[in-house]
Design a protein around this ligand. Structure first.
Ligand SMILES: [Zn+2]
Length: 377
């Protein structure tokens, strides 16, 4: 159940009640694709850096260790020792981006595993069954993530199929949630809006899927090669056609600036691999922009990554020490950078929530964006 607490312009401040606790939105979900945050970050660490939702991936966990294995071990929450909400991606995006020789049919997609090449079939029912075995809090609908750019005809056909698949997902989830041996019988379903950069297709699709009265709605197929300006235009056009009283999730986005702009357009769920991926390469976020800790100017810098930051890295270690660890390829260096970056994102979301509640979101956004440019001067 989603409760809209405050609005500032189009920016939404909400509370999403789940069987695994309440999610305060806007929220940034921390991406642990294979039930682990890359960079040697544990679920105990996640508690410490203010993570609200962990995000895992259906496709990857289906291949390894196998969703049946996870089910036998009591579901993802028990397996990875995390009692807060988990969202599982449907596997659709990975099937379309990682696998080769795929064949899209009305029933689903035939493809080869990117690990050992074996033939696999996944359709809406299979994706729901896997997510039910994983027992995540929120399951995502199985959709086609169309290529960018795509022709209008391709997009229309693809979106129509995605709608038919969504109806099948809803039906299958209701069936699975009623079975006696299902671990999470309160699993929720988010539908996904598609349509590339054709705003009329997006709007029609948004209206159509809103009628299905799902638990939340995502906007997929953005940040796949179009410009930021195009992405913001699509959000401006599409978000008003998604239900205000349900969460709006922009999949796979993005930089701190992308998040600030999208919150202003009514988005309240986010996920992205940037903070962990950049952290593993020694690139860290600060309120004055991104730093590359490999840079020689940090050799004798005994200050933390960011003064006043409450993350485990900044509370204890200096830029110079972390730089040394990174250069020596010690795993700790990578880990500290990832912890700092995730904390930075989680903390920014906390500031965003407060700014919306206090009705000063646009002022907050402007100051934050100005700050990020400081290191570029
Ligand atoms: Zn820090």
């Amino acid at each position: 159940m989603y409760k809209l607490i405050a609005q500032d312009g189009r920016a939404k401040r909400g509370e999403f009640h789940t069987v695994h606790g309440v999610i305060q939105t806007p929220v940034f979900m921390n991406v642990g694709t294979i039930a682990a945050i890359k960079g040697a970050v544990s679920t105990t660490d996640l508690q410490e850096i203010g993570t609200q939702v962990e995000l895992s991936n259906t496709y990857h966990l289906h291949l390894r260790p196998g969703d049946e294995v996870v089910k036998k071990l009591g579901g993802l929450h028990k397996f990875m020792v995390w009692d807060k909400p988990i969202l599982t991606d449907s596997g659709g995006f990975q099937v379309f981006s990682l696998t080769s020789l795929r064949k899209i049919k009305e029933e689903g997609v035939y493809f080869n595993s990117h690990i050992d090449g074996r033939k696999i079939f996944m359709g809406p029912e299979q994706s729901m069954q896997i997510q039910s075995n994983l027992a995540s809090t929120i399951a995502m609908a199985f959709d086609e993530c169309p290529p960018h750019p795509a022709t209008r005809q391709y997009m229309e056909d693809s979106v129509a199929r995605t709608t038919r698949w969504l109806e099948r997902c809803k039906k299958e989830m209701a069936r699975l949630n009623s079975l006696p041996d299902t671990i999470n019988k309160n699993q929720m379903l988010f539908g996904i809006n598609q349509g590339g950069t054709f705003e009329d297709i997006r709007i029609e699709h948004a209206k159509r899927i809103s009628e299905l009265d799902l638990d939340g709605y995502a906007i997929g197929g953005l940040a796949v090669g179009e410009s930021h300006a195009e992405m913001y235009r699509i959000l401006d056009e599409t978000v008003p056609y998604l239900p205000l009283e349900k969460p709006t999730y922009l999949m796979g986005v993005g930089t701190p600036a992308n998040i600030l702009e999208s919150v202003e357009r009514g988005v309240d769920f986010f996920d992205c691999v940037y903070p962990s991926r950049n952290g593993r390469h020694g690139h860290v976020y600060t309120n004055k922009g991104k730093l590359n800790l490999f840079n020689a100017k940090y050799e004798l810098d005994d200050t933390p990554i960011e003064e006043g930051c409450g993350c485990p890295a900044c509370k204890t270690y200096s830029r110079a020490y972390i730089r040394h660890l990174l250069k020596a390829k010690e795993m700790l260096g990578m880990r500290l950078c990832v912890l700092h970056n995730l904390y930075f994102y989680n903390h920014m979301m906390e500031e965003i929530r407060q700014a919306i509640e206090e009705g000063r979101y646009s002022e907050y956004k402007r100051q934050k964006l100005d700050g990020f440019k400081e290191n570029d001067k």
